[in-house]
Design a protein around this ligand. Sequence first.
Ligand code: ACO
Length: 428
Amino acid sequence: MSNQAKLELDGKSYTLPVVIGTEDEKAVDVSALRADTGYITLDEGYGNTGACKSKITFIDGEKGILRYRGISIEELAEKSSFVETAYLIIYGHLPTSAELQKFSDLLTSNQNLHEDMKYHFEGFPSSSHPMAILSAMINAASCFYPDLMQGDRSHFDEHAARLISQVRTIAAFSYRKSVGKPIIYPKNGYKFTANFLHMLFSDPYDDYEIKPEVARALDLIFLLHADHEQNCSTSTVRMVASSQANLYASCSAGVCALWGPLHGGANQAVVEMLQQIHASGDDGSKFIAAAKDKASGKRLMGFGHRVYKNHDPRAKIIKKSCDEVLRSLKIDDPLLNIAVKLEEVALRDSYFVERKLYPNVDFYSGIIMRALGIPVEMFTVLFAIGRMPGWIANYKEIADDPKGRICRPRQVYVGQSLNSYVPMSTRK
Ligand code: ACO
């Protein structure tokens, strides 16, 4: 394997160092390219750009492998919980029982929002999308902790736990606000995911009955979303963190990036697509034809991935969990049948095969969330709750790097060259 790359430019030859990761991922280090040659690299959409070295998550998109801190997603899904996995992702190792207890205690003791935060909820129209409320409220939460504003990082553990815990409280409050119901406070006795269900669905004098299989299915969704290396939202968090903005501001930016339908918003878009197909009486074949036709502006939502050119391993786990949840809750959802049909057809269709488009994590997660009674606008919010440990770990990696530099890409300018100001009276 070569440890140098050779480049010929303008009749001169240059040597560029090659960096090799622990799983043999190879990169040409171009950090000195502009200084040495006057050229920059151009990679619109960053499909070939390694923006950092990271120790958190490994993905092999060709083989369909996903590992957090070296442990396969399949093993974590079977044996771990969201909270334990969050610890693993942030701190780099599985916790001892004392470490896990301390982390859980921190989550519990930080789960209540500052009472003054409640007034912010009142200012939003009840039709607000909960992702807008979530990002605004995470940013607003930073106002209550002056140490953050002063760049003091000595309370990192507490802030990390507070964010993981409070993003769930904010999410539940924003849901209650959107349906005009009173806010339900978290209960100390409940575990992380059961507490979320309690805050979503209990009423002041009537506790929601938490079914273990429901709590487990939701916990698994959080765990499967906990990190995914340099996706759009995580890169956004790192970008903001690189300016030394605080943890809350960085993660609030991550929520905004996650919101779009090409990223975390896809879980909502999948269910809306399935509902449309169902309502139109199409068996899915018309929609597949439209998704292949660029002029239609449609895509098969929940299909395709920038990195996975094989099955998304999370999609396989979610599909199995989806079958189990629907069976256990005795739900026969016509949307599931449409999704299964779409998957079968797409996986045989040369358009999808040639482009290596497989179901991604969002294809079945929405059907589970629907079965659990979670409204469609909340789907992306649930993704954000799950992704918080990954954002925090990536923030920590940036903040802990003594050689860290602000992220500041370059561009190739293709606009107007030097031009003159034209007075209004002579403009055409
Ligand atoms: N339906 C139909 N065609 C598709 C789809 C799709 N879902 N996804 C990609 N394609 C086609 C593109 O039109 C393009 O075709 P072409 O080569 O003929 O021009 C080709 O496949 C490559 O697609 P790109 O858009 O270049 O792939 P990119 O890596 O930029 O995008 C993305 C990846 C955004 C996930 C894309 O596959 C997509 O839009 N999928 C649907 C939305 C979705 O499910 N997003 C969730 C992703 S997972 C996550 O963020 C958690």
